[in-house]
Design a protein around this ligand. Structure first.
Ligand SMILES: Cc1cc2nc3c(=O)[nH]c(=O)nc-3n(C[C@H](O)[C@H](O)[C@H](O)COP(=O)(O)O)c2cc1C
Ligand code: SF4
Length: 605
């Protein structure tokens, strides 16, 4: 650790760079950790003092986020991406190989403090895995020769800047473009159009376009913007949700990498329409490699008058954008948790209503939209609402970006008008002998071949944008097990049905997967899933059982063929074990017996 005075000054400088604002707590902690490799108790106390916050609060935030460490880590911290698509590409074998070469176990830091190796959820590189992060920076296309070279670089303590550039290469893999990715866009065109039309007429175009949110729920974007514009209060905010934590989804990564101007322009347009002066991009921590380029793009836009004061010479048009970097918490993609995180807190979803359009960032009216939604809004400003609405289906206008990965020849990004069939997408990406698809990530739905004739749109199969393809050589339960573990890790722990339910579900799936399950366990999974869908506080817990429930219906054979017997065989009879206690206490009332369903129902908030 640095010498005390220097250390205090270093923290003070970082806090000062962030304007001494408690809302910047997460960003401050990230920067302090970058300097020290971990957040020691002293560092946390110092941050608390400089920001005028309680040490408990600062510690609570530090402990919430996966990418913040309150225990020492290596100077080089390597985290293997552990989505099912990374597993399909052999990440586990490579992880063991690396640990063996470094002489450490998974999750350990080497005794010399140089390197630690662990795993993390999907890093959004499913089209170019197996992937990993080193000190937060993305490594793609790992294989043994690449790992051999990495071991040499670690042992010689070579600075990351001197590692081969190709190790960090992230390609966009745009395979099929339509109006969003394929049509030219001139910077400033959307803002000029909005100034020409005026905010009211701009909103009319948005209404005509029928644009719906592309982050999953499909809420009508015009309705959201109108509600925020009409909400009382002078100060309003625009937030771009670039958290993209849904495993298997990487479309927003490509938009931020290749089309950042379009996204920033959509945000600025929104600022103009709702009367906001400040916007935030909440960028997922795994996309840290994009940060410098995005900041440079923002600066260029300021210099050419597309951002900042008096945009395009109009003195009434002031809007700027700041980027907040997440720190590895999937729940922070949920819009109210995201706002909490932006405010410098840990990301627990708020009780809604009220919604962000009236009570968002700092309790002010706020529009939160997905990256793709802002990009589409910018195009609509230029080309008009009718043009956009001429594509797609009755309820789903325009186009959809899909992230394709897994068992297909051409993984990457595909843009189609809404209404495209699953079959067409599978043919285009070179998927053969497909058994099933996990659509929209683990929170979405799993479909089998009988459903490949269905259409991608809100009135049929809705998706936030991901397609993970499983061919017939795959064991569907491997995927399901990976997803249930994901939800256990990502549950924020606020409510019992989710905190306990995700663990119970994971354990039940593991029991069947390892050949110890019975028909009774399958019924338990269905029951538990139904309880979670209604009793969990936010979308994370409500959707967590989806992959299990879907696969029980769509792929019953994946479960059935593993059942040990058709009768329930408990590993442990809890009620019998309680008999001794009942005898000792002389209790025979209902509360002295265990009824799991009652317990779960009682646990509901
Ligand atoms: C657990 C959870 C995670 C979410 N993650 C994201 C995300 O990464 N990106 C996103 O745009 N929306 C995400 N959402 C949806 C957002 O809450 C919100 O609906 C969306 O950002 C609104 O933008 P849209 O109207 O443009 O779709 C998530 C929701 C839940 C419940
Ligand atoms: S459902 Fe899960 S993630 Fe959502 S608030 Fe409850 S515990 Fe947190």
């Amino acid at each position: 650790m640095a010498e005390p005075m220097t250390f205090a000054r270093m923290v003070r400088d970082i806090v000062r760079r962030h304007g001494g604002l408690p809302t910047r707590l997460l960003q401050v902690l990230r920067d302090v950790q970058d300097r020290l490799t971990w957040l020691s108790p002293d560092a946390l106390d110092q941050v608390a003092e400089e920001l005028g916050l309680s040490p408990d609060k600062v510690r609570g935030v530090a402990e919430f986020y996966s990418f913040l460490y309150t225990n020492p880590r290596g100077s080089y911290d390597i985290l293997f991406s552990d989505n099912i698509t990374d597993r399909m590409l052999g990440n586990r074998e490579l992880l063991h190989y690396l640990c063996e070469r470094l002489g450490i176990e998974i999750g350990e830091t080497r005794a010399d403090g140089v390197v630690s190796v662990g795993v993390t959820s999907c890093t959004g590189m499913c089209d170019q895995g197996p992937a990993a992060l080193v000190n937060g920076y993305t490594l793609t296309r790992l294989d043994r020769p690449r790992l051999d070279r990495i071991v040499e670089l670690l042992n010689s303590r070579t600075a990351l800047e001197q590692w081969p550039r190709e190790f960090f290469e992230v390609t966009s893999n745009i395979r099929h473009a339509d109006v969003l990715l394929g049509r030219h866009f001139a910077d400033g065109a959307a803002l000029r159009a909005a100034l020409r039309r005026g905010p009211g007429a701009m909103l009319d175009e948005l209404v005509k376009s029928g644009l719906r949110g592309q982050g999953g729920a499909g809420y009508r974007s015009a309705a959201k913007w109108i509600a925020c514009r009409n909400a009382p209060g002078e100060v309003k905010y625009v937030v771009c949700n670039a958290d993209e934590g849904e495993p298997g989804t990487f479309k927003d990564r490509v938009l931020m990498q290749d089309f950042a101007d379009l996204v920033f322009e959509g945000m600025t347009l929104c600022g103009r329409v709702i009367g906001a002066r400040q916007g935030f991009v909440y960028l997922r921590g795994e996309y840290r490699y994009l940060l410098d380029a995005l900041r440079a793009t923002l600066q260029r836009r300021r210099e050419v008058g597309l951002l900042g004061e008096a945009i395009l010479g109009d003195t009434s048009f002031n809007f700027d954008i700041d980027i907040h970097l997440g720190a590895g918490a999937y729940v922070c993609g949920e819009e109210s948790a995201l706002i909490e995180s932006l405010e410098g807190k840990h990301g627990v979803p708020r009780i809604r209503p009220p919604f962000p359009t009236t009570h968002g960032y700092l309790n002010r009216p706020t529009v939160v939209n997905n990256v793709e939604t802002f990009a589409a809004a910018a195009k609509i400003a230029v080309e008009g609402g009718d043009w956009f609405a001429s594509r797609g289906t009755a309820e789903s206008k325009g186009t959809k970006l899909l992230s394709l990965s897994g068992d297909c020849e051409r993984p990457g990004i595909y843009e189609y008008p809404f209404g495209v069939t699953v079959q067409r997408v599978l043919e285009d990406c070179g998927a053969r002998d497909t058994q099933g698809i996990q659509m929209a990530g683990p929170a979405g739905h799993m479909i089998s071949a009988q459903q490949f004739g269905r259409r991608i749109c809100f009135e049929d199969l809705a998706t936030g944008g991901s397609f993970m393809v499983f061919n017939r050589s795959r064991d569907i339960l491997d995927g399901i097990r990976n997803f249930t573990q994901f939800f256990v890790h990502e549950s924020c722990g606020f409510c019992t049905p989710c905190r306990v339910g995700t663990s119970l579900m994971r354990d039940l799936v593991a029991k069947v997967h390892t050949g110890h399950g019975t028909r009774f366990d399958l019924e338990e999974m269905r029951k538990l899933g139904r309880i979670m869908q209604v009793a969990c506080h936010c979308g994370l817990g409500q959707t967590a059982p989806n992959p299990v429930l879907d696969s029980l219906d769509e792929f019953p054979e994946a479960y059935e063929r593993r059942l040990r017997s058709t009768a329930y065989e408990p590993a442990f009879d809890l009620n019998a074990a309680l008999e001794e206690a009942r005898q000792l206490t002389g209790r025979r009332d209902p509360g002295a017996y265990l009824n799991e369903q009652d317990l779960l129902l009682r646990a509901m908030p």
